[in-house]
Design a protein around this ligand. Sequence first.
Ligand SMILES: NC(=O)c1ccc[n+]([C@@H]2O[C@H](COP(=O)([O-])OP(=O)(O)OC[C@H]3O[C@@H](n4cnc5c(N)ncnc54)[C@H](OP(=O)(O)O)[C@@H]3O)[C@@H](O)[C@H]2O)c1
Length: 496
Amino acid sequence: MTESASPGPCHFVIFGATGNLAQVKLFPALYHLERAGRLNEDLLFVAIGRRPWDDSRWREHLEEAVRAAAGEAVDETALQRFADRFEYLRGDLNEPATYTELFEVLSRPRMGSCENIVFYLAIRPDDFLPVVNNLDRVGLNRGHGRHRIVVEKPFGRDLESARELNRELHQHFDEEQVFRIDHYLGKETVQNLLVFRLANTLIEPLWNRNFVDHVQITVAEDIGIEDRAGYFDRTGTLRDMVQNHLLQLLASVAMEPPATMDANDRRDEKVKVLRSIRPIPVSRAGDFAVRGQYVAGEGNGARMAAYRDENDVPDSSVTETYVALKLYIDNWRWRGVPFYLRTGKRLARKQSIIAIRFRQPPQQLFRTAIQERIRSNWIYLSLQPDEWMQMELRAKQPGLELETRTVRLNTGFREEGETSLDAYETLLLDVIEGDASLFIRFDEVEESWKVVAPLMEAWSQDSRSLRVYPAGTWGPEEATLLFDSPAHVWRKNLRG
Ligand SMILES: NC(=O)c1ccc[n+]([C@@H]2O[C@H](COP(=O)([O-])OP(=O)(O)OC[C@H]3O[C@@H](n4cnc5c(N)ncnc54)[C@H](OP(=O)(O)O)[C@@H]3O)[C@@H](O)[C@H]2O)c1
């Protein structure tokens, strides 16, 4: 079952092929890889769904998904070549017959003699185990080929359930075969973090407690829960976003330079960061974190319903749709530097940023307007909706006086004409090529659950700590109380 350098897979099996993730992310990304000539000629897909579709209905669905994402720019030849690679297999995940049939499909002459397989679980986490058990039953996790299994977040509901899920998974697949996806790691800006720091002598010497005042990480969504109440109301923002995406972003900002760019060296450094996060005492959860839920509000001129009025959400739900927290990393590089994290649904704008504020110079030598005096140098990395970087520096204001003001050096990471990649394109290609650097190793999952565990415990005992915020705003006012200094404010946009 061991993994080593490719040859890549020749079979790519997608469970949950009729679901939202497959439609919105996987198929468009795979089509782009097809168009870019990055899929091996002999790579074949098996799409598994329970809908009673024949091949032409399946093909219609697939093409619609790609066209919706590609818009006008679809390359018909590439799309037809891509669609020709697919076989649709109708089957229930819980039915052993589905796997017997899958085994037969993969053994057909059309599929050739290559045995390397990727299994992509684009399904609810509760369905992961029935699938891996059944794959084992028909021997599809074994054989001469290399088998990889891709699992989506969230990995477990807490530390214990994640360990249990992992134990079960490891009965059938080795850790190096398991690719736990956190699609934030596939974003260009996140990958750029290491390059930005380690390929620029200008930056790395400043990247520590001696020069950095604090770090802010914001992942703001303007959408609500859409039709995912069943999943979201049981999960909440802490589990859905903080335990994975936000802590991965924090680890990517704070990690030490790895010994090499090898997957395990990089992940070793992220684990060290997660392990160094100072535990939040359950009894003081309120000093370190704020959670909120949106009530009715307005955005883009439209009325937006309260979370509790969304379809299928119970009237008495205390599930959080917003979390802000303050963490400290107790290590040599970051001791004493607050990391402020926040994320929520139905916020004022879709925006994901990492903002790093530097310390003030030791002495104010120049005349500066009062409101400008608190302004420091910032580095501001935007992940979405656009990927770019901004550095804020002080410069002399034109004129007779020696006064200063903020100037902004702003750049995209892309030259004109260079296309933007979706994170899933990067990650799917990595799966195909067997590169696990941008995937989460289990010890990272464990350490992340440990970070959020005290908050889960505190909040399960105290529903009064749930704050409210009107939809379309930046979240509960109380989030500003987390700041260590009156000079700290949430960065909302490029100017302030
Ligand atoms: N959607 C996203 O943007 C997103 C983002 C990040 C992570 N994820 C993760 O990705 C995974 C999938 O999410 P999703 O949004 O795509 O969910 P979804 O839209 O509910 O899709 C679930 C898929 O599983 C299939 N399925 C469910 N029960 C089945 C059964 N008994 N037999 C056969 N097929 C069955 C569904 O088939 P039917 O179509 O017949 O119902 C559907 O294809 C989840 O782990 C989620 O947390 C999703």
